[in-house]
Design a protein around this ligand. Structure first.
Ligand SMILES: Nc1ncnc2c1ncn2[C@@H]1O[C@H](COP(=O)(O)OP(=O)(O)OP(=O)(O)O)[C@@H](O)[C@H]1O
Length: 723
């Protein structure tokens, strides 16, 4: 039956059943063999597939990881590629060098070790959940996403085409990754490439940074923000105005720089005669420089300065006793001598009555015989009496009685405000003597009042040469009409060089004459020289000054030693208070202080000048400007607190080119500070003078007698004050 079935199945009809059966059996065997071999093949295939799959899983996770790392590093790699090598050069070896299978395994092992275990487990875990198909899909999508992202970036930046091509190649390669033959060597090469490229990107980073720095430092078109560290900070140096920085220098040495009065250009014979009559045959340096400068402003007429413009104001800073008074008295007297009508044309303002009196005296000497009237208003007389000397009332109105007015600021302001008919509308010269001290009195507002009085408009002046307008900007319109200019002349032994202070005086294009040679300091930044800005002072050439280290008790004994042992005559001794000036009241001395009336002071000074008094004890009342002839020695019994005070005190000796001595008694604690003050002020070094205690002992008895007298005087004074 079975054979029948087999025959039917084979469809053969064999005659011989035995042969047929054999043939059938053979066929069946063959079929069974084929089936078995097929099954074997299938099993083997399944095994191989599962093995390669597990390997693939690992490889793919590495590949994904590497790819994600590569993706992170890609921009850097691309930058490097742009500068160093083309991507094709990098890829070619990976495509060409396909290793054998043995090599493939060798290459796989070390790569597996390198993989971070955690990441491996993690990625495997994810794949186990998603299954192999999903995993493959995921891998492809990741790669394609990365290539897309690169592509999209590349689309934005067309210059980065080469990296794009490389990414495309990479995606092709990953597409072929199902084929083990091509995938493995590529992975190997990519892996090493990642390592290499990470090192290369680090190098590239450093290169790019340094290149960027170079570019920013060399390329002037780029401003590097935040690069402050290398910039040198420029110092701001104080800069003086040109007129202060480059003054006209006046010689300090009087003796060797005398100029004959005949050699001064523009000086009238009348004035020369007057000078010679007063034993002035030569001019001191400051006079030889300043007199021609003042005369020059009137050389082409009385109304305006040289060339028809407003004349420059003049500032003079010269040592004490250098003859500044004559430097303004002579030209003013010469210019005003030609006046027709008596009006106040010169106003000289001084800080104290004594100084005003002294200057008035000099004006009177040179104005004598010219018809010029010199009037002093400084509080010596009553206000009403001063008014009578200033103006007089006539039928047609008020008339001035003064051509030259010498005054103190307080009294001047009083007359401007209260004296009827008093006018300054014709004022041509405003002289400010002891100018640095006068700047200190600016708070009294005397200068603005003088200026507004000088430019006060009067209806009767309209259309005349005396019509005045407050000077404005120098334009053709402003200078269209000729008018009387007002010129300021400033004099001082200690004139400030501080532009801020000088600005208060409202100077017009000033010229400075000074004998202070400021040391130029070199500026290390640009190698140029700049004028020193600190105040410097100059002392008379003939002055020798010393300091005496002492204690409080020895001070009066030292003074006695000077007067009695060394026999100094006409010693001017300065103390800081009236009380100190009493200390020597018992000996052949006199005091000169604000306690005395103006009459008493005048008498005392006269006696001192005549040599009737050996010692004059003074407060700073006489320190400024007072010209006492024949003072041989100045003693600072109390050290002055300011350098300006020192300069004016010691300047009472060595005047007019003569010689003189100055001593300053210093307590031990004052010594260093004082010497520093002198050095900073540029004053020549003080010499130390020691007085032996043996030479002082003989005066102790005498001094005690004086002290007992002093007690009585002080008691009397206090009693007087109470009354
Ligand atoms: N050309 C001269 N020939 C001789 N003596 C002169 C001459 N000029 C001035 N003197 C005298 O020199 C002395 C000092 O002059 P003056 O008082 O003008 O000095 P100063 O510079 O104003 O001093 P200070 O700053 O202390 O006021 C005076 O006694 C004066 O008479």
């Amino acid at each position: 039956m079975s054979l029948f079935v087999i025959n039917r199945y084979l469809g053969d009809e064999v005659d011989s059943t035995e042969d047929r059966a054999k043939a059938l059996l053979e066929k069946l065997r063959q079929q069974a063999k084929d089936r078995q071999s097929q099954l074997k093949c299938k099993e083997q295939n399944v095994k191989e597939v599962s093995k390669s799959y597990s390997e693939e899983v690992v490889e793919d996770t590495v590949e994904i990881k590497n790819h994600s790392e590569e993706k992170k590093k890609k921009p850097k790699k691309r930058k490097k590629n742009l500068s160093d090598e083309t991507p094709t050069e990098m890829e070619k070896p990976s495509l060409d060098a396909e290793p054998e299978e043995g090599e493939e395994l060798k290459a796989k092992k070390p790569r597996k070790k390198k993989i971070n275990k955690e990441q491996q487990e993690k990625s495997i875990g994810i794949e186990a959940q998603e299954g192999p198909n999903k995993k493959v899909h995921k891998k492809e999508s990741t790669i394609s996403a990365s290539s897309e992202s690169v592509q999209s970036e590349d689309a934005k930046a067309p210059q980065k085409k080469k990296p794009k091509q490389r990414d495309e190649d990479f995606s092709k390669e990953s597409g072929d990754s199902t084929n083990g033959d091509t995938k493995v060597p590529l992975k190997k090469n990519n892996g090493t490439e990642v390592e290499e490229s990470s090192a290369q990107t680090e190098e590239a980073k450093v290169d790019q940074k340094s290149q960027r720095k170079q570019n920013s430092s060399t390329d002037p078109n780029f401003l590097l923000l935040g690069g402050f560290e290398a910039k040198p900070v420029q110092k701001v140096l104080p800069v003086l105005p040109q007129w202060l920085a480059k003054p006209n220098l006046v010689q300090k040495d009087i003796k060797h720089n005398l100029v004959s009065v005949h050699d001064i250009p523009g000086l009238d014979p009348y004035i020369i005669k007057k000078l010679e009559a007063n034993k002035v045959k030569t001019f001191f340096p400051v006079q030889a420089d300043v007199i021609p400068a003042i005369l020059d402003s009137c050389a082409h007429g009385f109304l305006v300065g040289r060339g028809g413009y407003r004349p420059n104001d003049i500032c003079v800073s010269a040592p004490t006793g250098s003859g500044k008074t004559l430097a303004f008295v002579v030209p003013i007297v010469q210019v005003l001598t030609k006046r027709v009508v008596c009006e106040v044309r010169a106003l000289v303002v001084l800080p104290t009555k004594e100084l005003a009196q002294q200057v008035c005296k000099v004006f009177n000497v040179y104005a004598d015989g010219t018809g010029l009237k010199v009037v002093l208003i400084a509080g010596h007389k009553s206000f009403a009496k001063e008014q009578e000397t200033l103006v007089t009332k006539k039928i047609f109105g008020f008339c001035s009685l003064a051509d030259i007015l010498v005054c103190t600021p307080g009294r001047l302001v009083d007359h401007i405000q209260k004296t009827e008919g008093f006018t300054l509308r014709h004022l041509r010269y405003l002289v400010i003597d002891e100018a640095d001290r006068m700047i200190d009195t600016m708070s009294q507002d005397w200068l603005p009042q003088v200026i507004s009085a000088a430019y006060k408009a009067e209806p009767r002046d309209h259309g005349t040469l005396f019509a005045r307008k407050m000077p404005g900007v120098p334009t053709a319109a402003n200078y269209g009409q000729l008018q009387l200019p007002l010129q300021k002349l400033l004099f001082s032994a200690t004139l400030t060089h501080n532009p801020e202070k000088l600005q208060k005086l409202g100077l017009y294009q000033p010229r400075l004459f000074t004998s202070i040679y400021k040391q130029l300091k070199s500026d290390p930044t640009d190698g140029q020289t700049q004028p020193a800005t600190s105040e410097n002072f100059s002392l008379p050439q003939g002055l020798t000054h010393y300091y005496i280290p002492c204690n409080l008790n020895s001070k009066p004994l030292i003074l006695l030693h000077f007067l009695l042992t060394l026999r100094f005559s006409r010693v001017l001794c300065f103390t800081n208070s009236k009380e100190s000036s009493h200390r020597f009241g018992g000996i052949s001395v006199a005091e000169f202080s604000s306690r005395l009336s103006p009459g008493e002071r005048k008498k005392t000074l006269k006696e001192f000048e005549q040599g009737k008094l050996q010692l004059l004890i003074s407060t700073d009342a006489t320190a400024r400007g007072i010209d006492v002839t024949g003072v041989k020695c100045v003693i600072n019994y109390d050290a002055p607190q300011y350098i300006r005070v020192y300069v004016h005190r010691v300047g009472r000796t060595a005047r007019g080119g003569t010689t003189g001595l100055a001593f300053t008694m210093l307590l031990r604690i004052q010594e260093q500070r004082y010497l520093n003050m002198m050095r900073e002020a540029g004053v020549p070094k003080l010499q130390k003078q020691l007085v032996m205690s043996e030479s002082l002992r003989q005066f102790e008895q005498r001094y005690e007698e004086v002290l007992s007298q002093l007690q009585r005087v002080v008691k009397q004074e206090r009693a007087q004050k109470r009354c």
